[in-house]
Design a protein around this ligand. Structure first.
Ligand SMILES: Cc1ncc(COP(=O)(O)O)c(C=O)c1O
Length: 366
């Protein structure tokens, strides 16, 4: 069987080093907001080319806190994409704000030409998502945000190391990461981080993620409990050393897919094959007979997934709770055709070759 993902393979590849490191942390007696979290906040922010990082409990919490930090209030509007993981939008719901959905372009990120038409006096934030490891086109987003005095929050949950025009994301003021185990940089549980260059935002976030306390038992701002824990931070500190190597391996695998599938007329490959600075969190193809191909691959023991089968503006929850309807042709069409192939650094060349063989064999069956 070729699994869609296998985080145990990654654990086994660094087991000795990681076990030793974790035992040290377990023996330290410091489990919440200690040295590991501080170190990881510094080194991950530095990795992203940002000054500050605030470790939190999940990527969803990172987005919720960032929205609160941007002063988004109930009823305010956030311009984002429907073509994203549910939590991008759950974060908006969590503060009773409203998502305003725009369509996507051919690299599955925000179609920036649709932003301006959707700005109202309720709009507070533009929230692009660097989906699958692809960077959103940030220059026009920054320009529009400046013109209308809006804030930008970048959902970087799938883009650890993604570059946009030579710089790592986030490009603007606030970037929200997830360290969910299957991410390019994943913990062994939940975790997230907000990175920024803005010291005022940083100082406020440090309080907000810890009950709003300035010091123990003295509360100065609204806050929750959303702390990255020491054990997860320790794992992430160690794994960060390998992130670039793992991302390079993802690119190698992507190259094999591109090469092996380029002559297959049934398959639409991701954009920007050669010169992309994306980090291939997922390798997503499109296929008109997506269900047929998926079933065929399953019958051959190859696991695939769909990210995501139902866009957020068509989810049951949205339809029940919001009146506004959106016309998003690409989002809807692509949702029916996308298929994510196995993509993780420990996938072997032989496994990738086998997946390619099966996909091409399926095309020649017809
Ligand atoms: C695009 C995107 N945004 C947000 C999240 C939320 O992250 P978490 O699962 O850590 O809350 C995820 C992860 O699932 C994601 O893929």
């Amino acid at each position: 069987m070729i699994p869609f993902g296998d985080i145990k393979r990654q654990y086994l590849s660094i087991k000795d080093e990681l076990d030793k490191h974790l035992l040290n942390v377990l023996g330290s007696g410091m489990y919440i907001l200690g040295d590991q979290v501080k170190q990881f906040e510094n080194s991950f922010a530095n990795y992203c080319g940002k000054k500050y990082g605030v470790g939190v409990n999940s990527g969803t919490d990172a987005l919720i806190l960032a929205l609160k930090l941007c002063n988004v209030k109930p009823g305010d509007e956030v311009i984002t994409v429907s073509f994203t993981a549910i939590p991008t939008i759950s974060a908006i719901y969590a503060i009773d704000a409203k998502p305003v959905f725009v369509d996507i372009g051919d690299n599955y990120t925000m179609d920036t030409s649709q932003i301006e038409n959707n700005i109202t006096d309720k709009t507070k934030v533009i929230l692009p998502v660097h989906l699958y490891g692809n960077a959103s086109d940030m220059d026009p987003i920054v320009e529009i945000a400046n013109k209308y005095n809006l804030k930008i929050i970048e959902d970087c949950a799938q883009s650890h190391g993604t570059m946009y025009k030579g710089n790592k994301v986030p490009i603007s003021g606030l970037g929200c990461f997830s360290f969910y185990p299957s991410k390019n940089l994943g913990a062994f549980g939940d975790g997230g981080m907000i990175v920024t260059d803005d010291i005022e935002l940083y100082e406020k976030l440090i309080l907000m993620r810890n009950y709003g306390q300035k010091q123990r038992y003295y509360q100065v701002v609204e806050g929750i409990n959303s702390r990255l824990d020491e054990i997860q931070a320790a794992i992430l500190n160690l794994k960060l050393k390998y992130l670039d190597k793992w991302n390079s391996r993802r690119s190698e695998i992507a190259k094999m897919y591109f090469e092996g599938l380029k002559d297959n007329k049934d398959v639409v490959l991701p954009l920007d094959a050669e010169n992309s600075d994306q980090v291939f969190h997922l390798f997503v193809i499109r296929h008109r007979d997506r269900e047929g191909l998926m079933n065929y691959l399953t019958s051959k023991g190859v696991q695939t997934l769909i990210h995501y089968p139902i866009p957020n503006h068509l989810q049951e929850y949205y339809l029940k709770n919001f009146d506004r309807r959106f016309n998003l042709p690409k989002t809807e069409e692509y949702s029916k055709e996308i298929l994510s192939l196995p993509m993780f650094p420990e996938l072997t060349d032989e496994e990738v070759a086998e997946i390619i063989r099966f996909i091409n064999a399926y095309s020649s069956l017809k």
